[in-house]
Design a protein around this ligand. Structure first.
Ligand code: BES
Ligand code: ZN
Ligand code: ZN
Length: 471
């Protein structure tokens, strides 16, 4: 074992303590009242990085309108360690914001405290994405404390808005491709998960996401359903009808023309999914107490997650949703849904198809309600070349730490900036996950295994060595 790996092994407690500090800052980007905590988290990272001899800048990316208020966007943390023109330069991205979490959602412990049970560390952000970010800090500590020279120059980009659509980041990355990020030879992102709970993975593709809102309104204010029911066109009724025409129970999207944009499946690709190391039963058991997947077939499940688009209905703003039996006709409602996009899909064309379909479905209702479809954000899919030296460097590190070849996966989730790095820096991007498939990112009781945290940090450390030597 190298000196750096040994140091990591021997400093578990200090490394966990660092993650504990991070989890204790409730940096939820989606909640106005916690924006100061997101900003605090950016400052925490700055001081951590400075202690590790990095050159750190907090970049102000302006403000945002949220629920009618103008609030500051959290800073993007730029940090540089090493500036040796004889060494390669690696850009590492992560996000320091997290999803909301409330004890009342069903957590077994306080979400913003790190609770340890055996090998598990539970807490919001433990796996998404504070564990991996702290893993990089710990990697720097291990190099520094063992007085091992860093084999590469590193530029860190840590943002605080990823869970809320990465507002402001694309523009900054494009601009800084000729500034701070200039000279980047490859990018590494640790913000996804192994495909299974058993085997490490490297990821070379992500779906994108386009988010829509269907706005239906009519009356000037909410109405009494006893007085007005049966006499007016009701926005909620119209919305439900129209929302119901987007997707079938088996997950097939019913927007005409959409599947024509999806790459046809080749025999070779199908064979790849059939051969992937993935257990349907294990997957099903991780979701519910009985199977609820749309299919029991391994390749179908994997393809539906990795290579086909999907459409999810997320919620209805303005609708009555509490307990009890309120007899109201909501005056205006907004139906929210998103589509995960895959390679080859033209996202402008997608927007047109979605609007055309919904407008024509609404027209069939002969309703006098007001109707509008708005696209809130749009994102294409990303795919990289898994044979690039960046992936070989990562695979070798995984092999040396875990003793197995990593699974090569594509993911159903999205990290919007990935494609921006790829296109603006014109370098390979490798996704190197730290956590397991059952970590429960975004869910209650989100966790990270201590073993993943520590072995994952060793992988990071070895990966840096391999980046320096692979071409
Ligand atoms: N870490 C996830 C991305 C992810 C999830 C990758 C699952 C692979 C598998 C990230 O923090 C995330 O949640 N992204 C959002 C992006 C959206 C807000 C634009 C997502 O995928 O919903
Ligand atoms: Zn994430
Ligand atoms: Zn996330």
């Amino acid at each position: 074992m190298s000196t750096v790996s040994r140091y990591i092994e021997e400093h578990k407690d200090a490394f966990i303590k660092r993650l504990r500090e991070a989890v204790e800052i409730p940096s939820v980007s989606g909640e106005i009242k916690r924006r100061d905590q997101v900003i605090r988290m950016g400052h925490w990272l700055k001081s951590q990085l400075e202690e590790l001899n990095a050159d750190v800048k907090l970049i102000d990316i302006g403000t945002q309108e949220l629920e009618g208020e103008t609030i500051p966007l959290p800073p993007v943390v730029f940090a540089q360690v090493g500036n040796d023109s004889n060494k390669k330069t690696l850009t590492i991205y992560g996000h320091y914001d997290v999803q909301p979490a409330n004890t009342s959602d069903g957590w077994d412990s306080e979400p913003f405290e790190l609770t340890i049970e055996g090998d598990l560390m539970r807490g919001r952000g433990s796996t998404d994405d504070k564990g991996p970010i702290v893993g990089w800090l710990n990697t720097l500590s291990a190099y520094k404390e063992t007085k091992t020279p860093l084999p590469v120059n590193i530029k860190f980009v840590f943002e605080g808005m990823e869970e809320s659509g990465s507002e402001g980041l694309d523009e900054l990355v494009v601009k800084e491709s000729q500034g701070f990020l200039k000279g980047t030879d490859a990018v590494c992102i640790s913000d996804n998960y192994w495909l299974t709970n058993r085997k490490p993975a490297l990821t070379y593709g992500l779906r994108g996401v386009s988010y829509f809102e269907i706005c239906v309104s009519g009356p000037n204010a909410d109405l009494h359903s006893g007085v007005f029911g049966g006499t007016v066109h009701e926005p909620m009724t119209d919305l439900i009808k129209v929302m119901g025409t987007l997707v079938n129970t088996d997950g097939k999207i019913t927007i005409p023309g959409l599947y024509e944009m999806v790459q046809p499946l080749t025999d070779e690709e199908l064979a790849r999914y059939k051969n992937m190391d993935f257990d349907v039963k294990e997957y099903q058991d991780s979701i519910a107490s009985k199977p609820i997947t749309v299919s029991d077939d391994k390749a179908t499940i994997l393809m539906n997650r990795m290579r086909y688009p999907s459409l999810s209905l997320h919620g209805i703003e303005g609708a009555f949703y509490g307990g009890g039996a309120k007899t109201v006709i909501p005056a205006g409602v907004k139906g929210k849904f998103s589509i995960r996009t895959v390679p080859n899909m033209d996202i402008q064309k997608l927007e047109e198809l979605v609007k055309k379909h919904l407008n024509s479905e609404f027209a069939k209702l002969n309703s006098r309600s007001n109707f509008e479809v708005v696209q809130l954000s749009a994102g294409p899919a990303w795919a990289a070349d898994p044979n690039h030296w960046n992936f070989r460097a990562a695979a070798k590190a995984v092999k040396s730490v875990f003793g197995v070849e990593p699974d090569l996966t594509k993911e159903g989730g999205s990290i919007p900036v990935t494609l921006t790095f790829d296109e603006s820096l014109k370098v390979n991007v490798c996704l190197l996950p730290m956590g397991r498939s059952d970590d429960g990112a975004h869910s209650t009781n989100e966790k990270l295994n201590i073993s993943n945290f520590i072995e994952g940090t060793k992988v990071f450390a070895e990966y840096l060595e391999n980046v320096a030597t692979h071409d």
